[in-house]
Unconditional design. Structure first.
Length: 256
């Protein structure tokens, strides 16, 4: 009789355990929804800088309006879908992505207003599809071509220490540019840089804000290939801009 009771009790406990475990909710990773992809920036990494594991080191600092941050993410595997590792971590007001990209083609999605992508071995940067960007630092890369749009809200651009042979900063709002240590020819300086600089002369007299600054050249630096002549400086000044050269410190360069 005692043996039967033990067997029945064991069966009862097993049945209860099976029932309760079946009712317990399963712990699952929340579904990651890919936000809209209509606003984006495209980065191309130099494939010769691939790590031994086949990945590319990437460190980005990003800001956006508070209401837009949830839709900012970085596609590091070029699959067009938001994955868990592509979400940003945060430090104060900055969103940060420090990761190994598995593709040399990286896309930053969302209404980013501040973008720091310096020192990432980039060879090309296209920000033309993000008109919300106000400040860009893409310095210390190997960028030959930077693409923007006339609709951009860009006010400050640091594209120094690259290999830029072309100039495509067409924002009507830009007031601060550092393009030193690049490969801007005399023709490009005349036909693109000076031509695309917005004319601030009327605004300076009306609103009394600081004069726009163009940091154009580093003296006695073997990687500096920019060509800027005395006539160039006159033309830039005529549009309300001050020109600066670096020689131990940044100093305004005035035409002779």
């Amino acid at each position: 009789m005692r043996i039967k009771i033990i067997i029945i009790s064991a069966l009862t406990l097993a049945t209860i355990s099976l029932f309760t475990s079946g009712c317990k909710p399963q712990s699952q990773e929340p579904n990651i929804v890919t936000p809209p992809k209509d606003v984006y920036m495209e980065l191309t990494i130099d494939e010769s800088t691939k790590n031994t594991d086949g990945t590319y080191s990437l460190l980005l600092h990003i800001k956006a309006q508070k209401e837009d941050m949830a839709n900012v993410w970085v596609d590091i595997n070029n699959n067009g879908e938001k994955d868990k590792e592509e979400e940003l971590s945060y430090s104060g007001e900055y969103g940060i992505l420090s990761h190994r990209a598995t593709s040399p083609k990286v896309t930053v999605y969302g209404k980013v207003t501040y973008f720091d992508c310096k020192k990432n071995n980039l060879v090309k940067l296209n920000i033309a599809m993000n008109p919300f960007l106000e400040e860009l630092d893409c310095s210390w890369n190997n960028i030959g071509l930077l693409l923007t749009s006339e609709e951009a809200l860009l006010e400050k651009v640091n594209c120094s220490h690259n290999k830029m042979y072309d100039f495509d900063i067409r924002s009507k709002h830009v007031k601060w540019i550092n393009l030193s240590a690049n490969d801007i020819s005399e023709e490009t300086m005349s036909g693109q840089v000076i031509k695309q600089l917005p004319d601030w002369t009327d605004s300076l007299s009306k609103w009394n804000f600081p004069e726009p600054k163009l940091f154009a050249k580093i003296e006695k630096y073997d990687k500096e290939k920019n060509v800027i002549t005395n006539e160039h400086i006159k033309q830039i000044n005529a549009k309300g801009w001050k020109v600066y050269f670096y020689d131990n410190n940044w100093t305004e360069k005035k035409p002779k």
